[in-house]
Design a protein around this ligand. Structure first.
Ligand SMILES: C[S@@+](CC[C@H](N)C(=O)[O-])C[C@H]1O[C@@H](n2cnc3c(N)ncnc32)[C@H](O)[C@@H]1O
Length: 495
């Protein structure tokens, strides 16, 4: 254990108790890690022994996304900081040991600028005023900063001068966005936003891949530990090349893109948030990946539809939000039965619930559990779990003599019976593609197969917001490809 980890003085933050964000600050970092290890063991050791939690060498200022709420006190002083947990009372904070230092400085600078620009803070009770929150995101690898000003009203007096002043002071700010949130809500961001400066997004690099980050899309908040986490997830997936991989709850496509770089044959991502899906599409392009597609929608519904299609991916990554997954997702996962499932979780309680479901209802066995400390000083715990199918516990040995005569089984009748009992093969997109490539020497895209199946009126899942519809006009298969696909469907007795 390094000295740095030991050097944290218990409760050394002056607002530790009021803020409530760092629930474990009364413990040294070593004690925090041991607390988290024990919690994971308590919840998950019934499935498999957990490996030792991977902590940070320097567990400070790791947060690349920082939010601050604003208000004016009764003396007219402007305060910025965080909501005291469970209340709407703001605890004033200028710097925080978990937050990025530049982000904290930008928030203080904006607060100081407000009066000279005659800008007010938003009053939630009266629903009047201007600035509600600030959101700052920084790409640690690129040093690109995004500043989002969340305002109660769309009118932003002297906005050009304001933007000029803040970007002069912090040249690393590459984009400034105004997000308008006039609602009585606990959500920080509203629906409408305007780009005031730059492109409206920043870029960062993780595991050697480039990622675009928008104001609303999810991006892991501790990039140092995210690399550790993703490397573990990829190690668990044990990709040998050519596998079909599903990246579910994919955010901006990070895990799928890293998997594609590690040789996955085809990657399909699904995510609910529209902005994140748009980012994911751009991210695949920016990393020159052609074998990756994204769908926007509910992961459970997507899985159900894919399972109905008898598709069988080799690996499924699942990284749901804190609430965990749902029965629709898990039962479809069992139905499609991929060889490997890698479950990444930010909540060991819902993880335990979902693993119990899989343990009870499937042949999956939890093979590895690896906690990673993504959120030092807080009680949050990230865990990555490897599941694969159980091996048979025991075998029955039977001696059978084949041939003619008493007590022997005629070979012909066995072959006939075996044929009758042979389960009908599930026809997957992969099989159709392989058949066409072997016979015709060209490849066909999954979307083309889907289109031909749809035109033939075959039951199938057609994602309503497929990525193709988001950015580019959908291309159609040539007549030659249509015929090849129909031939394959006939060959596999689908039509
Ligand atoms: C913990 S994040 C993981 C994102 C990504 N895998 C990563 O590492 O950055 C969970 C993601 O699930 C998305 N999400 C939440 N509910 C969903 C649902 N029902 N179906 C699909 N995605 C969902 C969120 O928008 C978020 O991007």
């Amino acid at each position: 254990m390094s000295n740095t980890k030991e050097n944290i003085k218990r409760g050394s933050c002056p607002v530790y108790k009021k803020c409530g964000g760092c629930q474990l600050q009364n413990l040294t970092y070593t004690e925090q890690l041991s607390f988290k290890q024990k919690k994971v063991e308590k919840l998950l050791s019934k499935f498999c022994k957990a490996d030792k939690i991977i902590g940070m060498n320097t567990p400070y200022h790791y947060r690349n996304k920082v939010q601050a709420a604003f208000r004016t006190d009764k003396n007219g002083k402007i305060i910025s900081g965080v909501y005291q947990s469970g209340t709407h009372h703001i605890v004033g904070i200028d710097e925080c040991m978990t937050e990025d230092v530049t982000a904290d400085k930008i928030i203080v600078a904006v607060r100081k600028m407000l009066k000279s620009f005659k800008l007010t803070t938003y009053d939630e009770d009266k629903q009047r005023g201007f600035l509600r929150h600030i959101l700052v995101k920084r790409g640690f690898a690129t040093n690109e900063v995004m500043l989002v000003l969340v305002t109660g009203t769309p009118v932003f007096p002297s906005k050009n001068n304001f933007v000029k002043a803040i970007t002069k002071q912090f040249p690393e700010i590459k984009t400034v966005v105004q997000n308008i949130n006039p609602y009585r809500t606990n959500l920080v961001l509203g629906d409408v936003q305007k780009v005031l400066y730059g492109k409206g997004y920043i870029e960062d690099i993780l595991c050697g891949c480039k990622f675009r980050i928008s104001p609303k899309s999810f991006y892991q908040i501790n990039p140092v530990q995210t690399e550790v986490l993703y490397n573990k997830a990829i190690e668990f997936a044990n990709l040998k090349g050519k596998e079909t991989v599903l990246d579910t709850y994919c955010g901006i496509g990070t895990i799928g893109i890293v998997a594609a770089k590690h040789g996955a044959g085809e990657v399909i991502g699904v995510e609910l948030n529209k902005d994140a899906v748009k980012d994911a599409v751009q991210n695949a392009r920016a990393n020159n990946l052609k074998n990756i597609r994204f769908y926007q929608g509910d992961a459970g519904e997507f899985m159900e539809a894919v399972a109905e299609e008898s598709e069988k991916p080799d690996v499924v990554f699942m990284d749901p939000p804190r609430a965990g997954s749902d029965e629709k997702f898990l039962s479809s996962l069992i139905k499609m039965s991929p060889k490997t499932v890698v479950y990444i979780s930010c909540n060991p309680e819902t993880l335990a619930r979902d693993l119990a479901y899989l343990d009870k209802n499937s042949t999956y066995k939890i093979q590895k559990i690896q906690p990673v400390d993504m959120f030092p000083h807080t009680a949050h715990i990230e865990t990555v779990v490897l599941l694969s199918h159980k091996k048979a516990d025991s075998y029955i040995h039977i001696d059978v003599e084949f041939g003619e005569g008493e007590g022997k089984i005629p070979v012909d009748s066995i072959a006939k019976r075996a044929e009758a009992y042979k389960p009908k093969e599930k026809v997957t997109y992969k099989m159709i593609k392989e058949y066409i490539e072997a016979k015709y020497g060209f490849k066909v895209h999954t979307a083309y197969i889907a289109e031909v199946k749809r035109n033939l009126g075959l039951p199938m899942y057609d994602a309503p917001n497929a990525v193709e519809e988001l950015k580019q006009p959908r291309k159609h298969p040539t007549p030659e490809k249509v015929e090849a696909i129909k031939d394959a469907l006939r060959y596999f007795a689908v039509i």
